[in-house]
Structures are given as C-alpha cells and as structure tokens.
Design a protein around this ligand. Structure first.
Ligand SMILES: [Zn+2]
Length: 457
C-alpha cells in the first residue's frame, strides 16, 4: 500500500465550504467484507465483541435536528450491484461494534463511539439493533462501471436529507468506491473494503488527524498504528503523543511534519464519549503531556517538569536547521537538550514521581539522539511512601546514534515501592550533548502482550 496523504480543496471552497479529502492507500477493488486487523493482538470473535448499542434517542435520521453529536451509519448501494441491505445489515453492525471495541481497547481509558439510531425497530434484538443502526441509501449518481468518488456520496446524502451538522456519516459502499474522509455539504468517512480498521481510520481522519508519524524526518511514518497500517493494526497512537491522549483531553499534538501546524487530540472528538480512567487496555501512560513531549517552553528555556543532577546542564533545544521552530523535534517541535559534563554521572529526570503499585511491572520509554556520540542508560528509581530511595533498575548502556531511536527499561516495582522517578543517566567521563523527547511510562498489567507493555517502535 502507498502511504501518501492527499489533501485537496475542490470548487466547493468557492462556495464557502471546507472540503478536505484524505485518501487512504489504494482504493480497492470492491471487497465488501475485508480482513480485520490483528495487531497488536487479535480481536475477540464476533460473538464476544460487545454490542455498542444506540447512543441517540431513535428518530428519523433524514429529519432529525438533534443537537447530540453522533455517527450515522449508511449502507450505500447503486443499480449496478443492487440493494443487498438485508444480506449485510447485521455484518455491518458487527463491524461498527468492532470499531467501538478497538477505540475502547486501545488504552486503559473507557471510551466509545456515539451512534445514531433510527426509530421503528426493536433495538433489544441483534437484528432490530442492526436495522436501527444501519440505514440504506441508494446513490442515484453513482458510477455504475468504475469508481464512485466521495463527493458524489456526500452530495447524495445531503440531497436525501442526511444534512444534520451534528452527524458524521460512516458509509459502507456496496460498489467500487474509495477509503476516504471527505467533507463537502456533509462529512463522510467511506470505504468499499469493510473492516473496523479501515472505517475507524477514515472516521479519525474526519477530525483532521494525519497519518501517524514517528520521526522528525518529514513524511516518515509509524509502522504500528491504525493511522498508517489499518489493514494490520487497530491500536490508536500507542505513544500518546501524535494525535490521541485520553488522559489529558485538553492537550494537543502536532499531527504532521513541520511546517504543518495542525494540533489535535482525537480523544476530545465530539463523536466519541468522554474518556474515563481506568479499565484494561493495550496501552497507557502515567506521564503528563508536558512530561511526554517537552513542548511548553521556548528554545533555550528551562524544560518545565525536568530536573538535572550531577554532570551536565539542560535546556530546551535551541533553534537549528528548522530555525522557525526548534532545531530537532520529534513528536512535537521541541525537545530537551542535555549537555553532558565529564566530572560526574549526570542524570536528567522527570521531577514528578508517578505513583506505582509494588509487584507490578512498569516500562519507561524515551527517544534519544545525538549529533556526536555518547553513552546513556535509562533508570527507574523506586521510592517508598516516605520518599526514601529503595533501589534502582537500570537498562543496559546504549550508544546513541544520529537517529531518533526509542530505548526502554522495564522492571517490577519492588516491595514497598510507592512512586518511581524516571531518569536518563550519562556515565561519568563523557562530554557530549544528547536530545531527549517522547517519554512514556507504561503500567504493564494488561495481560495482552508479551511483557504486558506496548510494542517498541
Ligand atoms: Zn488515511
């Protein structure tokens, strides 16, 4: 698949409308039932995927003026393939259940998709719920022999009365269409390859989220994320630093490479319920957005929330090649520079010590790079409830490179541990500078992955 991102405006802009199209890879040969993503682990079988259920009071979706935001699910058909609504309606409802499952399962926050239902069906049964959730719509101007573009779908829905500004239309195309997010008169997330990963990818695009990035190198993409490999992966921003942070919905993140300035946090999307902590999910984070991204301070400034001890001094990374912002950014535009001095071991630490539970495994991740060369370790320092140091758990010693590589250390909190301090430690005898960004502290109790923590990279 291609990882290109297309954004373009159409003639509708002249009419004062915002048009935004973000196309996923290949628009498919028509394949109505796609393959569900299986990473980081397989979804449960259909029968045990929870039924999401209706969020709105059932109403006529063509006439409702309800101000309650919700997703309206559409089954779209044309004369070429005919109307197969009855064959597919329950399968579509189950795919929507899977979309809700993956949103909820991505993190230890409870969060769900808001769904619009129509009146006239007994939503207490699977069939009745599916018929209330999924509304059939014939696309009169669809292309019978060839690909139907998303603006035709949006125009058709608007003309048919699906014009509520508080709805996003999630369209299952029963013909050759395109996996796309498009806003014309109404906003549609469409796909002719029906699986929860693809449809959720397109729905998230409607919040102006870009394809997932992991590097300061422009247009370099993540490998493990629903916003780039939705055919394989269902997890949403496992690093909590690119477009989704349910723990701090007021925080926003650069969703694309410099010089793009859009900042988003899809956890605040009106189409989703307010996230609440904590249930068991794939990923989690015990840091604040500032501790994770180091974005709050100006270049040369003192990085808020961090402390240095021993050999070295820190600053917000000064301007460099990308001088309009900061020199060397990773998830955001800024990072912390540690200037290592040789006279003693140096440590840059997150000042705040997050609470931990003795006997549980934790994993500290950070991205580091240097323009020269030098060695560091990651350290977990365990403290008791009287702020007394119990012990430390160090990673092996890493030789830093010129790439923004992710490093990690994982350990079980010892008996008596109440809090943990995160540090990057430079052994004595070195003089060099390194850059630090994208910190994360996982609580590894999800029981779903090998060591209970998210994947590296
Ligand atoms: Zn896309």
């Amino acid at each position: 698949m291609s990882s290109k991102l297309y954004r373009f405006a159409s003639a509708a802009v002249a009419a004062g409308l915002i048009v935004l199209t973000m196309t996923s890879p290949a628009h498919a040969t028509f394949n109505p039932i796609g393959t569900e993503p299986v990473a980081p682990y397989a979804q449960p079988v259909d029968a045990s995927v929870p039924q999401r259920g209706c969020t709105t009071t059932p109403a006529d979706p063509k006439n409702t003026t309800s101000a309650a935001p919700a997703v309206q699910v559409i089954y779209a058909w044309h004369d070429g393939n005919g109307n197969n609504y009855e064959s597919y309606v329950e399968r579509i409802a189950k795919i929507v259940d899977r979309m809700d499952w993956l949103l909820d399962e991505s993190t230890d926050y409870d969060q769900h998709v808001k769904l619009s239902c129509r009146s006239g069906y007994n939503t207490g049964t699977s069939s009745g719920y599916a018929h209330a959730l999924v509304v059939p719509e014939k696309i009169e101007n669809a292309v019978i022999a060839g690909e139907t573009p998303p603006d035709v779908i949006a125009d058709d829905l608007f003309a048919a009365g699906y014009d509520n500004a508080n709805r996003k239309y999630l369209v299952f195309e029963d013909f050759d269409g395109t996996a796309t997010a498009h806003c014309g008169d109404v906003c549609v997330a469409t796909a002719d390859e029906w699986d929860s990963g693809t449809l959720m990818h397109e729905l998230i695009h409607l919040y102006d989220v870009d394809h997932a990035k992991v590097s300061e190198v422009p247009n370099t993409f993540s490998l493990n994320d629903i916003m780039i490999s939705q055919y394989n992966d269902w997890q949403i921003d496992q690093e909590f630093n690119t477009y989704y942070d349910p723990s701090e919905t007021s925080a926003t993140f650069y969703t694309s490479s410099y010089p793009d300035t859009r900042k988003v946090n899809v956890a605040a999307y009106s189409m989703f319920t307010t996230p609440t902590c904590c249930d068991v999910g794939y990923s989690n984070d015990l840091l604040t957005a500032q501790e994770r991204t180091i974005e709050a301070d100006a270049p040369y400034g003192n990085p808020t929330g961090f402390t240095v001890s021993g050999g070295g001094w820190m600053q917000e990374t000064p301007p460099g090649p990308d001088g309009q912002t900061s020199a060397r950014y990773y998830d955001g535009r800024r990072s912390l520079t540690m200037n290592v001095q040789s006279y003693a071991e140096g440590a840059v630490s997150v000042t705040r010590k997050p609470a931990v539970t003795a006997g549980q495994r934790y994993k500290f991740f950070a991205r580091l790079t240097t323009g020269t060369s030098g060695n560091v370790k990651l350290r977990l320092s365990w403290y008791n409830s009287s702020s007394g140091l119990i012990s430390t758990s160090d990673s092996s010693t890493y030789s830093l490179t010129s790439g923004w590589q992710e490093y990690a250390v994982s350990a079980i909190a010892p008996t008596g541990a109440a809090t943990v301090q995160l540090s990057v430690v430079s052994p004595a005898g070195q003089t060099f500078a390194y850059l630090l960004d994208s910190l994360q502290l996982n609580r590894c109790d999800n029981g779903r992955t090998t060591d209970g923590c998210r994947l590296n990279g």
